[in-house]
Design a protein around this ligand. Structure first.
Ligand code: G3I
Length: 303
């Protein structure tokens, strides 16, 4: 196959990208994105601050722009993200305790109801675990509402849209040796044992010199999958753009049947949240295919 999406599809997987609504008027951007990818994540437009700027007043203008572009071009959509300590609107940052808990529940219901039946998988909870060696939860206003906030979010989400897969998504949970990975692994194991609804784990996979790709990545994917959840690589970028590392990531996913898809976090280097000079993506800032692109395509096509 000659595109990432088609090559991934022949393995039963998808290959996606983050899409930014404000770039949908850039024809180079949309041409590449439409040709190569078959799954879309809104980079910012479905987040809490974008979708509920005032309490109880939902705004899906930009989320729908991304959603409609994707569906009109035959792509599926991952929803990102419903409960997160970051990118909360000001009103939510002011809340705590029971009122914040209720606001979280209302937010999940409001957004998931709007997109009911239309989303392949939702990142229900994003980045709830602490960096460093504790293996525990990140301190946040949501965490301070009680340790059960994550399972409440997932139970709310299941009831709101039973058709969507429900994912826990985080960064630095790709290295099997890290305490943060083990913390999330233990949470997923606990949820599965108690019947808390969870269908997938998103490994963001932002690789850089501080948190590089490690050859135990495949072990991490296999270990989560063995708990009975899908694994999705949700926000892949590799600072420096190593073609070898990109191929390793793809091959590790292909080695695990329940690794169901890969999403890169942007189209061209110039679209990356990291800045164009970090060259972390598959297309250069002029829209040309990079060595990393060829490496990924070859891996998807079976080597
Ligand atoms: O839209 C405003 C614009 O009006 C304003 O002029 C400009 C000035 O700073 O800011 C613009 O908003 C920025 C927004 O991206 C859209 O470009 C925000 O400041 C900026 O903070 C925001 O960054 C996003 C970041 O999440 C925020 O947390 C990145 O685009 C987005 O790629 C990044 O994505 C996250 C995932 O959601 C979760 N995992 C990590 C990943 C990378 O940080």
């Amino acid at each position: 196959e000659s595109t990432l999406g088609a090559a991934a599809q022949q393995t039963g997987r998808y290959f996606g990208t983050a899409i930014a609504a404000q770039k949908l008027g850039d024809s180079q951007y949309t041409t590449i994105a439409n040709r190569e990818f078959d799954m879309v994540t809104a980079e910012n437009e479905m987040k809490i601050d974008a979708t509920e700027p005032n309490r109880g007043q939902f705004n899906f203008t930009n989320g729908d722009r991304v959603y409609n572009w994707a569906v009109q071009n035959g792509k599926r959509v991952r929803g990102h993200t419903l409960a997160w300590h970051n990118q909360q609107p000001g009103w939510m940052q002011q809340l705590s305790g029971g009122s914040l808990r209720q606001a979280m529940i209302d937010h999940i219901n409001g957004v998931m109801n709007h997109y009911k039946g239309k989303i392949y998988a939702w990142d229900v909870v994003n980045e709830a675990y602490a960096d460093g060696n504790s293996g525990g939860r990140r301190d946040s206003n949501l965490q301070r509402t009680g340790n059960d906030w994550i399972e409440v979010a997932f139970r709310t989400a299941r009831a709101a849209d039973p058709a969507a897969k429900l994912c826990y998504n985080d960064y630095n949970i790709d290295n099997w040796n890290w305490a943060k990975t083990q913390g999330v692994y233990n949470m997923v194991r606990d949820f599965k044992s108690r019947g808390v609804p969870i269908d997938c784990v998103g490994l963001q996979s932002h690789f850089n010199s501080q948190s590089p790709y490690n050859s135990n990545y495949r072990t991490t994917i296999q270990s989560f999958a063995a708990l009975g959840v899908d694994v999705q690589i949700t926000e892949l970028d590799i600072q420096g753009g190593s073609a070898t590392t990109y191929a390793n990531v793809v091959n590790d996913c292909l080695a695990v049947p329940r690794c169901t898809g890969i999403t890169v976090w942007g189209v061209r280097d110039s679209d990356s949240w990291l800045g164009a000079n970090t060259v972390p993506l598959l297309f250069d800032s002029n829209g040309n295919k990079k060595a990393a692109y060829t490496s990924v395509l070859n891996a998807l096509n079976g080597g």
